[in-house]
Design a protein around this ligand. Sequence first.
Ligand SMILES: Cc1cc2nc3c(=O)[nH]c(=O)nc-3n(C[C@H](O)[C@H](O)[C@H](O)COP(=O)(O)OP(=O)(O)OC[C@H]3O[C@@H](n4cnc5c(N)ncnc54)[C@H](O)[C@@H]3O)c2cc1C
Length: 396
Amino acid sequence: MVEQVDTLILGAGAAGLFCGARTGARGRRTLVLDHSAKPAEKVRISGGGRCNFTNLETVPHAFISNNPHFAKSALARYTPWDFCDLMSRHDLSWHEKTLGQLFCDQKSSAVIKLLLDELDIAGSELRLSTGIGDIQHTGEQFLVATSDGDITARSLVIATGGLSIPKIGASALAYTLAAQFGHTVIEPKPALVPLTFTGQASDDFASISGVSIGVEARANSGPSFAENLLFTHRGLSGPAILQVSSYWKESEPVQLDLLPGIDGPLFVDALKASHPRLSLPAALATHFPKRFADMLAAQIDQSSGKRLAEWSRQHLNQLAQALKAWAVKPVGSEGWRTAEVTRGGIDTEGLSSRTMESKHVPGLYFIGECVDVTGWLGGYNFQWAWASAAAAGEVA
Ligand SMILES: Cc1cc2nc3c(=O)[nH]c(=O)nc-3n(C[C@H](O)[C@H](O)[C@H](O)COP(=O)(O)OP(=O)(O)OC[C@H]3O[C@@H](n4cnc5c(N)ncnc54)[C@H](O)[C@@H]3O)c2cc1C
């Protein structure tokens, strides 16, 4: 017996569950399948257990894609306020932490419950611990072999996400299926990920592991991010580094402004005026955490331990320059083990920006993180999951 549904959704993560609720609400007989034993594991571990479920400042330029216009339509039609409304309807509340980032007041499991309740209300079915086998497109149907038997569906929605955190169920299925159906896949790379170093830099950063400073960070021609940087045993992390990791290219440096929003020469002159008797490490420690000041001074001090009062104009200028543009050269990233998202993925060229439907195979849809749309840190990736799921959910 071949089971028949209208809409089959592969992947019970944020995008798959939300899409299943929308197609079910339209009266489509919907089945959501996942190989994991639990749904939406990434929602559970997101936002430190509080799920940063959206960002109030969702703007297209906060999403990285080969086609920066692709995400606009879906994001405009399903906004952060739409998800806030849904949260309210489920008696969930939220707070803005910083930079428009909305976190659930309850635990992230409450957001999973919301998604499962919505699926249930819509009459859609969820089946877990189900392996996906061969998929064929015959006539107007998809025939999907699963560990639970064969299923046919008129619409097939791929929502199996990217490659980050394999130990909680990530797989390359979306990319394999995309290639099978004639889509181009832009090389998936770890993003929103800590950066690693070797040699002296690695030793220096490890020696002050746990220290955090405010910086403005930039990689390549990407935007700059004024957020915190964290020194770790493996290199650099913290929101500023996670953000620029999505733009960083191997063998390129990361530029760090250690005085965000402060004029370098004015800062250095004021430091000299207020602390003329101090050497550089002690003077820097009046502004930065002491352990960082010592490490930085050891790297950039060319004054042979002189007090600031004895510094030449040239040395002061060099100091200002070093503080405004400290360049560090990562050798790599922590990779899929800790990356929050995948950059790259299914080329948007082959998808409708209105519905997420394949331009090659009618009835086939790709939504969520498997698509080449990667949000900044701060709730943007869930907003993309909701918006792309809502777009496909109108038609699939
Ligand atoms: C530690 C961490 C914290 C995060 N915090 C935030 C945050 O606070 N805010 C934010 O916006 N984003 C956050 N993200 C990113 C966010 O979780 C993802 O962008 C989002 O979950 C993507 O949704 P998705 O439904 O496309 O994919 P996923 O949520 O990854 O769901 C994919 C589903 O497909 C299933 N699947 C995979 N392969 C197969 C297969 N072969 N067969 C069957 N099923 C399969 C998986 O088991 C999974 O359930 C975080 C990510 C991580 C790793």
